[in-house]
Design a protein around this ligand. Structure first.
Ligand code: SIN
Length: 572
């Protein structure tokens, strides 16, 4: 008898446009120094630092390497908070239902169950580490609501400065532990693998050692916690360091990536003018990275999205109106902008009152004031901006990637909890939950640190860098693979990426290595977005506007030995 799942038709994967050939290793000199540790963690946001702390509880010696300063990643910028079931009237089943409803049929229910059941304990641990969340006068935690949640379950700190508080508390805990070595200004160039497993990293540490500060760290396990990839776009809420390094490192090392077409656009990035040019709207005149967020929590507290005529355009589009899941709201904002021919809409919070706004949303009020806007008397200009990679390096429920010894945690990972569209404030939670699962797995596996058999050889640099390459890539991605895509726009983006191929192949140095990562990740995003001929979650195709059951599955990407990127289909 044929099983039900066997009857689901398989989609036809279209032939991809010509893509650039991507490097399998970056140009770097032979490492001038080698260190060993039990575990090397790459990245220092909530995922990386929490993993390091759990590994220490398990008695591991940890080295955390981070590209610039310890707090330069996305965590610090998180406003809304952390979603977890902390109210007795709420339940893990309700949190799971909201997460699955937002995810467009692609989330893994078992992974989601782990997230929502283990989440509350992880948040309480974070409080014990020192994170001070906002509380009512009776001492109970204040809980708010964001898009797609049908219950108040988002904890926050400093009003809308949750990420800053979480980062502060974790950094302080890490710095107190003498067995966690924190190396800042250290860009991981490539992963080291031998015998089919990850054995460490090569990295460039600014101002350290010879030649050119390039060295190697050998470890029993490597954890990627490098955050997001928003910098492949011209307009993003992600900080400048979010160049998709972890996805690119994993691809070059032979690990699989998945769901990369599902780049989430935040519907309400601040679109006011923060420079002196005086123009309104999202014109990037100050080249601000990250683009300031106007948190969904402001809508959770009652703010409305309106067009230039003051009309609430989400009413009638979704039963939750402005609190619909993020993909729904981003699309509605985009359509309203397109209909009016403007580059922003408005978020009206005036009815919440100046005193409330200043106390609950000090960061947003400060951003508005810097642009000469008083949100108590004027609506706030907002527009969508690239915000979160729902896909990433594919992992199992223990954070293991397809390369033994290599783990991924946080935004860089695709654990299966987000599917086609992440539910608001589930990302910090995912970092907390999977950090602990990874540490437990590493301890149980007891991966020994291996010394590499052969010499550590560098790769010759070919000459040639192109000026303006990064900006060209970002513009091409925003135009071709942004909120709304089509086969045609994606093919144009692919052609632009091919034009950048010589810039990726040559040169060395932080800018060049980051550029290679950006082109690698952008290529993977374009390929997956081109292949998926339907609209689902935050993947919105103008030429394939319907959700198609044949596409209920995942596109998994890999880099071949010759540098060609390819996709394979996996049913859910
Ligand atoms: C927000 O505060 O709107 C962002 C929350 C999130 O991205 O989860």
């Amino acid at each position: 008898m044929t099983g039900l799942t066997d009857q689901v038709p398989v989609p036809h994967l279209p032939e991809l446009p010509r893509l650039p050939r991507l490097p399998r290793r970056l140009s770097a000199p032979t490492p001038g120094w080698v260190e060993t540790t039990d575990v090397v963690v790459v990245g220092s946001g909530i995922a990386g630092l929490t993993t390091a702390l759990h590994l220490r509880e398990a008695g591991q010696h940890v080295t955390v390497v981070t590209k610039v300063n310890v707090d330069d990643g996305s965590t610090r910028w998180a406003q809304g908070g952390i979603a977890a079931v902390l109210d007795p009237a709420d339940s893990p089943a309700a949190h799971a239902a909201d997460t699955l409803a937002a995810a467009g049929g692609l989330a893994d229910p078992a992974a989601v169950r782990l997230l929502v059941t283990e989440g509350p304990a992880r948040v309480r641990e974070l409080i014990r580490v020192g994170a001070a969340f906002d509380r009512h006068p009776d001492g109970s935690l204040m809980l708010t609501r964001e898009g797609g949640h049908r219950a108040d379950r988002v904890v926050h700190a400093g009003g809308d400065a949750t990420g800053a508080e979480v980062q502060r508390a974790l950094q302080a805990a890490v710095r107190r532990d003498p067995w966690i070595r924190l190396v800042e200004h250290a860009l991981v160039v490539d992963l080291l693998a031998e015998g089919g497993r990850a054995i460490g990293v090569t990295l460039h540490v600014l101002g350290e050692g010879t030649p050119d500060g390039v060295g190697a760290i050998l470890a029993g396990a490597v954890v990627l916690a490098t955050g997001g990839l928003g910098q492949i776009y011209a307009t993003t809420t992600n900080p400048a360091v979010s160049t998709g390094d972890g996805v690119a490192l994993a691809l070059r090392a032979g690990a699989a990536v998945t769901d990369l077409e599902f780049v989430q656009f935040h519907p309400t990035a601040f679109a006011g003018c923060l420079c002196s040019c005086g123009r309104q709207g999202d014109h990037n005149c100050t080249n601000i990275a990250p683009k300031p967020l106007v948190s969904e929590a402001l809508r959770g507290e009652g703010a409305h999205l309106v067009d230039a005529d003051g009309k609430r355009f989400l009413l009638g589009q979704h039963e939750l109106a402005e609190l619909a899941p993020r993909d729904v709201v981003a699309k509605a904002v985009y359509q309203a902008m397109r209909a009016a021919g403007t580059d922003h809409v408005w978020l009206d919070a005036r009815h919440l009152g100046g005193e409330f706004l200043a106390g609950r949303f000090p960061t947003i009020v400060a951003t508005c004031r810097a642009a000469g806007i008083d949100p108590a008397t004027e609506p706030i200009p907002v527009a969508p901006a690239a915000h979160y990679a729902s896909g990433g390096v594919r992992t199992d429920r223990h954070g293991r990637t397809t390369l033994p010894g290599l783990y991924a945690c946080g935004e860089v990972a695709c654990t299966g909890v987000h599917g086609a569209n992440r539910l608001a404030s589930n990302s910090l939670l995912e970092g907390l939950v999977y950090a602990r699962r990874i540490a437990t797995d590493i301890q149980a596996a007891g991966h020994p640190t291996r010394l590499k058999r052969g010499p550590l050889l560098g790769v010759e640099a070919a000459p040639g860098t192109l000026p303006q390459t990064r900006a060209a890539l970002q513009q091409a991605m925003t135009a071709g693979a942004g909120v709304l895509r089509s086969g045609e726009s994606l093919a144009v983006a692919a052609a632009e990426l091919r034009r950048l191929e010589p810039a990726v192949a040559g040169g060395r140095g932080t800018e060049q290595w980051e550029l290679a990562n950006l082109v690698t990740v952008a290529t993977a995003v374009v390929a997956a977005a081109y292949a998926r001929q339907e609209t689902r979650g935050c993947h919105w195709r103008e030429d394939w506007p319907e959700t198609d059951q044949r596409w209920r599955g995942h596109l998994s990407g890999a880099l071949a030995a010759d540098g060609s990127f390819s996709l394979a289909w996996e049913r859910t």
